[in-house]
Design a protein around this ligand. Structure first.
Ligand code: GDP
Length: 213
C-alpha cells in the first residue's frame, strides 16, 4: 500500500555534507543533530532514504571506505541528520570493532549538539544484545531515543503489533526516554509518525511541523 504523506517533510532538504572518520574532523557543533544507528542490514539506509524521499541519499554511507565512518547530511536551518556506521558485524576484526566503538561511543556521549538518537531495528529481530548495549551506553546522556521497528511489512499485522507491545514493555524496564513505532521503507507505513517525531526531537519547542489535515 502506498500512502500519501499529509506531513510537510523537512527531511527532503537533506544534502550530503561530510564524512568523518576521526572525532577531530567533526563539523563545529551548530544547531541540532539527530543520529541514526542500528545493526548492519537492519534497514537504516533504507529508512533514511525513505524519510528524505531520496533513493540513494544514505548509500553515500555504503560506498567503499565510508561504511565505518560517520556521515553528515545537512537539513538546512542548522540541523543535521547523522548516519552512524552499522554494528553487529560478528566476524569483523577486533581493530575494526575497536575503532567503531571509540568513534561512535565518543560521538554519542560527548556531542553537545546531538539532540536525540534514532535506533533502527528489524521488527523481526528487535533488541539484540548490541541494541541493548547501545541503549545502555546512551541512557546516561538523558537524551531521547526514538525506535523504528522497520521491515514491518514482513510481519502480519497482529505479529507486528505484538512486537510493538513487547518492545515498549521491555524499554519501559530500561532507564532512558524512549518512543517506539512500526515502520516500513517498502510500504512507507509509519512515515508520517517518523517525520513528526524525529523532527520534533530535533527542533526546539514551537517549531514543530504541523500535520496538514
Ligand atoms: P542497513 O545496513 O541497516 O543500512 O540496511 P539497508 O537499508 O541496506 O537494508 C538491508 C536490506 O533490507 C536491503 O535488502 C533492503 O532492501 C531491505 N529492507 C530495508 N528496509 C526494508 C523494509 O522496510 N521492508 C522490506 N521488505 N525490506 C527492507
Amino acid at each position: 500500500m502506498h500512502t500519501v504523506s499529509a506531513v510537510h517533510n523537512p527531511f527532503q532538504q537533506a544534502r550530503f555534507l561530510i564524512t568523518v572518520n576521526d572525532l577531530r574532523d567533526l563539523p563545529p557543533p551548530r544547531g541540532g543533530e539527530i543520529a541514526f544507528v542500528g545493526r548492519s542490514n537492519a534497514g537504516k539506509s533504507s529508512a533514511i532514504n525513505t524519510l528524505a524521499n531520496h533513493n540513494r541519499l544514505a548509500f553515500v554511507s555504503k560506498t567503499p571506505g565510508r561504511t565505518q565512518h560517520i556521515n553528515f547530511f545537512d537539513l538546512g536551518a542548522s540541523r543535521y541528520l547523522v548516519d552512524l556506521p552499522g554494528y553487529g558485524f560478528a566476524d569483523a576484526p577486533g581493530n575494526i570493532r575497536q575503532h567503531w566503538e571509540e568513534l561512535v561511543a565518543s560521538y554519542l556521549l560527548t556531542r553537545e549538539s546531538l539532540a536525540a538518537l534514532v535506533l533502527v531495528m528489524d521488527a523481526r529481530h528487535p533488541l539484540k544484545p548490541r541494541d541493548r548495549q547501545m541503549l545502555g551506553w546512551f541512557s546516561p546522556t538523558g537524551k531521547p531515543v526514538h525506535i523504528l521497528l522497520t521491515k514491518a511489512d514482513k510481519l502480519s499485522r497482529s505479529s507486528a503489533l505484538q512486537v510493538l507491545r513487547e518492545v515498549r514493555l521491555e524499554l519501559g524496564k530500561m532507564p532512558g526516554i524512549h518512543s517506539t513505532q512500526l515502520f516500513s521503507s517498502l510500504t512507507r507505513e509509519g512515515l508520517d509518525e517518523a517525520i513528526s517525531t524525529t523532527w520534533g526531537l530535533l527542533s526546539p519547542a514551537g517549531s514543530a511541523i504541523h500535520v496538514a489535515n
